[in-house]
Design a protein around this ligand. Sequence first.
Ligand code: PMP
Length: 285
Amino acid sequence: MSIVYLNGQYMAMEDAKISPLDRGFLFGDGIYEVIPSYAGKMVGFTPHIKRMQDGLAEVGINLDYSTQKWQHICQSLAEKNGNQSLGIYLHVTRGADTRRLHAYPKDVEPTVFAMAFDIPTPPKPDRFTKQGFALISTEDLRWQRCHIKSTALLGNVMHYQQGHEAGCNETLLYNQKAELTEASSSNVFVIKDGVIITPPLDNQLLPGITRKLILDIIKAHSSFELQERIVTIQEARQADEIWISSSSKEIAPVISLDGKPVGDGKVGEIWQQVASLYSEHKFDY
Ligand code: PMP
């Protein structure tokens, strides 16, 4: 039985109830976060909470939870749910009004929900050595505020489903200028001639915490050249390696794109090295 947090209380999942007038339910009017926790140790807690607080501020949801309070909730959920490999999911909506109206209501308490779900045990760099990910690519048809980790995920869900229906693990997205943005639930890295390239942060992609940790770890612990720059889908098709990253999958190597092999169609050498570095240093941040 899983134990969740709702508005100050811990309870069984089946006892957690919200109003149908909650704006998260009606409009997807909320911000969420997923923090990986392995045996009670979280990865990137501080940047995850900062991203959530930035998102809440950007959409004008006023919630007076301190970082310490969030830490307590995350740790309690990990303990109450068995401390294995967990994604700690935090979800804050603008709250439940008395009627359905687009304008932000005044004097409504935000709804705060949190739960833990199982994620794979710390992916070891050899976990994907035999089997990498297959991706399709398509034009990014989401909105222009993809830097906000909004609970309104229908655009992402529809893109993810395109890949899923094609028998793939993820859908790689590019804008109208054929520049890569990210994937439907991951950031992207393209590797060419030993250089590790990832699209720069802007409104077209989520500032992924795994992306940030990968960049910080590469800078601190390797001599690979890194470039945060525009990278096109054509470049991705010529790449030696492609990786996608997210909190629950860490760094995953991509071995095929639109049915064609990436590089030699095998899991890449540089991925092996960077995934090992990530495993070693991910708890330092
Ligand atoms: N981009 C999108 C659209 C995402 O949903 C996610 C998270 N699943 C990511 C990137 C990766 O972010 P993070 O590394 O913070 O999990």
